[in-house]
Design a protein around this ligand. Structure first.
Ligand code: NDP
Length: 455
């Protein structure tokens, strides 16, 4: 019997969401699947995001560890950082991961096209090779890319994409923005010995996170030597005769840097795919509009991950891709959940967060706030002023813990576990009944006795 379509599923985009959907549909759903990726396999997370970023976080944390080691009696010194050596090792690791992604797809029987794909109609995909194929279902998982506003000198800036390929580390780096990426790279580069300035237009970095936690991270960043200036925007950038970049700010100051990185948000990759002509809804920010099933207004076309601009995190894209494949190809209808998604900002110290902020919770219902800030044992012994913040937001009516915010080394690891309890509906009393693991930082979460505030 002839098949009406070349494939059951055609996925455009080989990032976290697209690869997961393709693999599940093919390996577990028995579907005939193809995937097109115009760049490297693995997408933002693996190639130019979470993975290389986290490895750079590790690299940047050694000087502080070595300084601390000295206070513990070790005779060590950091010496110099060999950026090209690290970068080569990083590139090799990314090659390995890309290979692993390709293997996974091959093992699942997914046919991969290493070219750009666009849509001709709701079931027809055109590849840049000129080949045209058809599919019963099409999944768009094309992700996003950095957004840089246009202003005089905007052509001089780098984005996070460029940070992993720098020929050498700049001596003085300006980072513009106050989100995840700006704040993480400010800490990374500071740790690697670069003189970092971070300019943010608003009153406090990390908008959307708990206010107290934001303030805590900002203070820690300043204490570690980052020149963090809030309420500061750039009017123009100019290349100087010496090859540096002069930045003129809204407060009338001129400062010179060797490099400037903008981390002013990301935009979905929807242009030129042929979506609008087919009737796929595109939102104000360029995102593909989907329902809870990740289905667009065109029934055969679905979209997952950053291109839909719901919660732009790798694990969310993976869940969306998996839920889509389960629903459409495995006969197990389910929607990806978007509530109580924990996340971590890998600043130094890290910020781990799940659930409602104090500010959001108090708009919804009466709450109690439990919080403690203290000098953790390891760095206090070394004489550091670093402080850790542990904070719980509790419903006065149900006693459920509505939110947890941790600023501490390893907060990303801690919040993952707190998120399980909170997702299960743990009350403050459940936390209290849990015996502490001593001596740890996280034990403070189960020993918070009296609220610091009620609202
Ligand atoms: P964010 O949306 O987190 O932050 C963008 C920042 O740029 C904000 O501070 C914003 O200011 C500022 N900004 C926006 N437009 C302008 C402008 N025209 N001029 C000056 N400043 C501007 O984006 P990121 O690029 O940092 O990260 C993108 C997404 O990637 C994140 O939202 C997150 O979902 C994901 N991500 C997650 C990570 C993790 O889980 N650890 C790590 C990295 C990225 P304002 O606040 O005033 O709007």
């Amino acid at each position: 019997m002839s098949q009406p379509f070349d494939y059951d599923l055609f996925v455009i985009g080989g990032g976290s969401g697209g690869v997961r959907a393709a693999r599940i549909a093919a390996a577990e759903g028995g579907a005939r699947v193809a995937l097109a990726e115009e760049d490297r396999m693995g997408g933002t997370c693996v190639i130019r995001g979470c993975v290389p970023k986290k490895l750079m976080v590790f690299a940047s944390s050694y000087p502080a560890m070595l300084r601390e080691a000295v206070t513990y009696g070790w005779q060590v010194s950091a010496g110099g950082f060999d950026w090209p050596a690290f970068r080569s090792k990083l590139e090799a690791e990314l090659d390995r991961l890309e290979g692993a992604y390709r293997n996974t797809l091959a093992k699942a029987g997914v046919e991969v096209f290493n070219v750009r794909a666009t849509l001709d109609d709701p079931h027809t995909v055109r590849l840049t090779t000129g080949q045209v194929v058809t599919a019963r279902t099409i999944l768009i998982a094309t992700g996003g890319r950095p957004f840089v506003p246009e202003f005089p000198g905007s052509d001089l800036v780098m984005t996070s994409n460029d940070m992993f390929h720098l020929p050498e580390l700049p001596k003085r780096l300006l980072i513009v923005g106050g989100g995840y990426i700006a704040s993480e790279f400010a800490c990374i580069m500071n740790g690697l010995g670069v003189r970092v300035s971070q300019f943010y237009r608003g009153a406090q970095i990390l908008r959307g996170f708990d206010d107290e936690a934001r303030g805590h991270v900002a203070n820690a960043m300043r204490m570690k030597g980052i020149d963090l200036r809030t309420g500061t925007s750039i009017i123009r950038l100019q290349r100087t005769p010496e090859g540096t970049i002069r930045a003129t700010t809204t407060d009338g100051h001129d400062c010179e840097f060797d490099a400037v990185m903008y981390a002013t948000g990301r935009v979905p990759n929807t242009e030129g795919l042929g979506l609008e002509a087919l009737g796929v809804g595109i939102g104000r920010r360029g995102q593909i509009e989907v329902d809870g099933w990740s289905q667009t207004a065109v029934p055969s076309i679905f979209a997952v991950g950053d291109v839909t601009d719901r919660i732009n995190l790798t694990p969310v894209a993976i869940r969306e891709g998996h839920a889509f494949a389960d629903t459409v190809f495995r006969g197990v209808p389910r929607q990806a959940e978007h509530d109580l998604v924990a996340s971590a900002v890998f600043t130094q110290p890290e910020l781990g967060s799940v659930g409602l902020t104090e500010e959001a919770a108090r708009e919804i219902e009466p709450i109690e706030v439990y919080a403690t800030a203290f000098r953790p044992m390891q760095s206090a012994f070394a004489g550091d002023e670093d402080r850790v913040l542990m904070k719980l937001i509790v419903s006065r009516a149900t006693r459920r813990v509505l939110g947890c915010h941790i600023v501490a080394p390893g907060a990303g690891e801690m919040i993952q576990l707190a998120a399980i309890a909170i997702r299960m509906g743990a009350t403050k009393e459940d936390f209290d009944r849990t015996v502490a693991v001593h001596p740890t930082m996280a034990e403070e979460l189960v020993t918070l006795r009296t609220p610091v505030r009620k609202a």
